[in-house]
Design a protein around this ligand. Structure first.
Ligand SMILES: O=C(O)CCC(=O)C(=O)O
Length: 263
C-alpha cells in the first residue's frame, strides 16, 4: 500500500493544519512488536518517573530511532515538508484507563523556539485504538493560519493538564474542534501552529500515542528554549547546518541521561 500522500491530501493538510483518516502505517503484528518495544522503555524508568520522562529516547534507543525513521512515516512527512528534513523529538503521551490527566489547548510553535515557524510536522502514531472516550487529541481546523496566539502559564500541578501553559480563553473557537480518532497502527499529522489539546480518559481502556516531530532542514532552534536540541537527518541533505546533529544510537533499548526542559 502506498504511503505517499496525494496532492489532495497535501492540500487538505495545508488548508486545515492536520490530516487524519489515512490508511494504517503498521499492521496489527507490527503494533504488537511496537508495544513490546514501549514496554522495554518503560522498564528503564527510574523511581518517581512516569512515561512522560520518555522524551527524545530516539537519541539513545535504536528501536525507537528506527521506528521514527520508518520509510512509511517519512514518505508522508516528505509530502508535507519537501525532500530535506530532520527528526528532532519524540515522546509518548500515555493516558491510563480512567486517567484525569489532560493536555490543555495550545500551539506547539508557541514554546518550541523554532524558526521559521510552521515548517514542522508532528506524526501522532496510535499505539492503542484512540477515540474521544479514551482522550483522543482534538484540533481546531485552520488555526495554524492565525499566527501565534496568546498563551498563559500556570503553576505545575495547578491543573489536570500535563502542560504548564495554555491558550487564553477567547483566542479560538473550541466548538469547532474535531477529534483525531485513530485505530492502532494509524497516524495523524499536524502542523506546529494548529490549536490542539486532549481531554481526560473517561474509558476503561488506556490511550497511548507516540509523537514524532520533524522539521524542514532550514529550521533552527533557539538553544535557550531547547538546550538539548539535536537533529537526525531523515531525507535529503542539510545544507544549512544550523543545528547540532545527534549520533545514531547503537543500543536497542536505552534511556537518555538529560532531562528535557518543560515549557
Ligand atoms: O497526545 C496528546 O494528548 C497531546 C499531544 C500533543 O499535544 C502534541 O502532539 O503536541
Amino acid at each position: 500500500m502506498s504511503t505517499t500522500l496525494t496532492s489532495e491530501q497535501i492540500a487538505a493538510y495545508h488548508r486545515d493544519g492536520f490530516i487524519c483518516g489515512l490508511p494504517p502505517l503498521f499492521s496489527a503484528d507490527e503494533m504488537r512488536e511496537h508495544n513490546r518495544g514501549l514496554e522495554e522503555l518503560l522498564r528503564l524508568l527510574r523511581p518517581g518517573e512516569d512515561a512522560r520522562a520518555i522524551r527524545e529516547w530516539h537519541e539513545s534507543s535504536r528501536w525507537l530511532y528506527d521506528l521514527c525513521l520508518d520509510p512509511r512515516i517519512l514518505d508522508r512527512v516528505e509530502g508535507l515538508l519537501g525532500p530535506d528534513f530532520f527528526l528532532w523529538a519524540s515522546n509518548f503521551f500515555i493516558k491510563p484507563a480512567r486517567s484525569s490527566s489532560t493536555v490543555a489547548w495550545h500551539q506547539d510553535a508557541y514554546y518550541w523556539g523554532l524558526r521559521p515557524l510552521f515548517r514542522t510536522v508532528t506524526v501522532w502514531l496510535a499505539f492503542t485504538d484512540t477515540d474521544l472516550a479514551n482522550g483522543a487529541m482534538r484540533v481546531v481546523p485552520g488555526t495554524h493560519q492565525a499566527g501565534l496566539l496568546v498563551h498563559r502559564r500556570h503553576d505545575p500541578g495547578a491543573s489536570a493538564s500535563v502542560l504548564n501553559l495554555e491558550l487564553e480563553q477567547g483566542t479560538f473557537r473550541e466548538d469547532s474542534a474535531v477529534a483525531l480518532e485513530l485505530p492502532a497502527g494509524c497516524a495523524s499529522l499536524h502542523d506546529d501552529g494548529i490549536v490542539h489539546g486532549s481531554p481526560a480518559n473517561t474509558s476503561d481502556r488506556p490511550r497511548i500515542g507516540l509523537t514524532m516531530r520533524y522539521s524542514a532542514a532550514c529550521v533552527t532552534c533557539d538553544p535557550v528554549a531547547n538546550p538539548h536540541f539535536k537533529t537526525y537527518l531523515c531525507r535529503g541533505v542539510d545544507t544549512y547546518r544550523h543545528n547540532r546533529a545527534g549520533p545514531v544510537p547503537t543500543v536497542r533499548y536505552a534511556r537518555t541521561d538529560f532531562t528535557p526542559r518543560d515549557p
